[in-house]
Design a protein around this ligand. Structure first.
Ligand SMILES: [Zn+2]
Length: 341
């Protein structure tokens, strides 16, 4: 079904470009035959220049999958390697809400460039633009529509100890936060895995879903709000936790808020995170596959009970893990055929 839709959209685009070329050709043919004042040689030269330019324009083709994403969902942008694309930027009502760097995707016939962008869970539904930018400015602006999505909300009551952990100033916690952001905002070059993700535990019991609007009630009566950046599996301490996809371990250590923590890089800018583990079985720099044992689940760090918090980050933005379970994180074949065929 999806393939058919892709082919249809591709055909639509090709037809559009073909029509543009044809109108250009007939326009110049008309000039050549009806302009006695301009020498034919100049007109013919102009014609070839314009035709070459239009051919060049058709060779820089792009694609966006999907065209109607919901808040919290990833969007993949593909473009010909000739375009000089550096960044894809999500623009809503004139505001730049998210930015992702392009990386090269090797292919047998010809490489292409891709960027994975995430629609923030706070983005409003409606018209948006994906701006493809290079060193000399905007290369393409693509209109997309952000679909409607309603997130659930919940209240979390914290004990005095957990309240202090979350709210009191702590230089160690600040340093750990900066270290985490330095990793998540990094866009590498390696494609370690491009297939769809597998859930990290076999349990399907979720105690909290992605995008949950949360109110934290502190023990002193004050409160704070946040948005749940991942999904929580309600599994007992000691449950095996597996990597959701192929990748490289870029963090395996204890953190104050997230306890024993593992982070895996899968694609440039795409990371999976595993929090509150009881123990860690992998080391920094290790290569992992889908299903590789990462450690045992637990309740370390800021946790009100044993669970696994699983989170996906795309160019720094939290993203609904479900979106990567239901489709490949980088659909190379679809991107290639939409860009070049
Ligand atoms: Zn969580």
């Amino acid at each position: 079904m999806r393939k058919e839709r892709l082919v249809r959209e591709h055909n639509k685009l090709s037809t559009h470009l073909y029509t543009k070329q044809q109108s250009l050709i007939s326009h110049f043919s008309f000039l050549i035959s009806h302009s006695p004042l301009i020498p034919h040689s100049v007109l013919i030269l102009l014609f070839f220049l314009a035709f070459t330019f239009s051919l060049h324009a058709t060779s820089v083709r792009h694609t966006v999958i999907p065209e109607n994403p919901r808040p919290g969902e990833p969007v993949t942008i593909g473009i010909s390697d000739a375009a000089g694309a550096r960044y894809a930027v999500l623009v809503v009502n004139g505001r730049r809400l998210a930015k992702a760097a392009f990386f090269t995707v090797p292919a047998d016939e010809r490489p292409f460039m891709a960027a994975v962008l995430s629609i923030p869970s706070t983005a409003r539904q409606g018209a948006a633009i994906i701006s493809i930018e290079g060193d000399k400015g905007v290369i393409r602006e693509i209109a997309i529509t952000i679909a409607e999505r309603v997130f659930p909300s919940e209240e979390i009551h914290l004990t005095p100890q957990l309240s202090s952990l979350r709210a009191d100033p702590n230089p160690q916690r600040t340093a750990e936060s900066e270290q985490l952001w330095a990793i998540l905002n990094r866009t590498g070059k390696e494609i370690y895995g491009s297939g769809s993700f597998s859930p990290p535990v076999s349990s399907t019991r979720l105690t909290s879903v992605y995008g949950d609007r949360r109110i934290y009630r502190y023990s002193n009566g004050t409160s704070d709000t946040s948005i749940h950046a991942g999904v929580d599996y309600g599994v007992p301490t000691g449950t095996d936790v597996a990597s959701c996809g192929a990748g490289k371990v870029v963090m395996a250590r204890y953190r104050i808020i997230t306890g024993y923590t593992v982070i895996i890089e899968h694609l440039p800018g795409v990371y999976s995170l595993y929090y509150h583990l009881d123990s860690i079985a992998v080391a920094d720099g290790a290569m992992v596959d889908t299903g590789t044992f990462l450690g045992k689940s637990g309740a370390t760090g800021l946790a009100t009970g044993p669970h696994l918090h699983w989170e996906i980050r795309v160019s720094g933005e939290n993203t609904d893990p479900d979106a990567f379970i239901s489709r490949p994180i980088l659909d190379k074949d679809a991107l290639f055929s939409q860009i070049y065929n």
